[in-house]
Design a protein around this ligand. Structure first.
Ligand code: AMP
Length: 121
C-alpha cells in the first residue's frame, strides 16, 4: 500500500491538527490516544512516512529503526511505566487490515498504568 499523506497521523505530524503530546525527537512523536483503552494509552509514531511495521522493516534506515525502539523506552520512562521503575506495559502494533490497523501510518500503542490483561480478548 502506498503512503496516504492525508491520514490523521500525517496531519498531526504536519501540525495541521493538534495532539496531546508526550514526547518528540528527531525520529518519533508520541501522544495520548484520543480513545484510551487502558489507564495509560499512548501512541508512538515514527516521523518518516511508513504505512505499517512491514513497510518500516523493509524501508526504514538503521537510524530510524534504533530511534523508534529507543523512543518507545524513552516514552515508557516518561510515563512511569518502564521496567526501570519496576513497572511494565504492552507495546502493540496492528498491521494492515487483517491486523486491525485503522490509521495507515505506523504506530505502536503503549498500554499501562494497570494490569493490561489478556493479549487477545
Ligand atoms: P489502530 O487501530 O492500531 O490503527 O489504532 C489507531 C488509534 O488511533 C486508535 O486507538 C484511535 O483511538 C487513535 N486515534 C485516532 N485519531 C486520533 C487522534 N486525532 N489523536 C490521537 N489518537 C487518535
Amino acid at each position: 500500500m502506498s503512503y496516504d499523506d492525508n491520514n490523521i497521523f500525517a496531519k498531526i505530524l504536519r501540525e495541521e491538527i493538534p495532539c496531546n503530546k508526550i514526547y518528540e525527537d528527531k525520529f518519533i512523536l508520541s501522544f495520548y490516544d484520543i480513545n484510551p483503552q487502558k489507564k495509560i494509552h499512548a501512541l508512538v509514531i515514527p516521523k518518516g512516512k511508513y504505512t505499517d511495521l512491514d513497510d518500516f522493516s523493509l524501508n526504514a534506515s538503521p537510524e530510524e529503526m534504533v530511534g523508534l525502539l529507543k523512543g518507545i523506552n524513552i516514552v515508557a520512562k516518561k510515563l512511569g511505566i518502564s521496567t526501570e521503575v519496576g513497572m511494565g506495559y504492552r507495546a502493540l502494533a496492528n498491521i494492515s487490515e487483517d491486523g486491525g490497523q485503522e490509521v495507515p501510518h505506523l504506530h505502536f500503542h503503549l498500554f499501562g498504568g494497570e494490569k493490561v490483561g489478556k493479549m487477545v480478548e
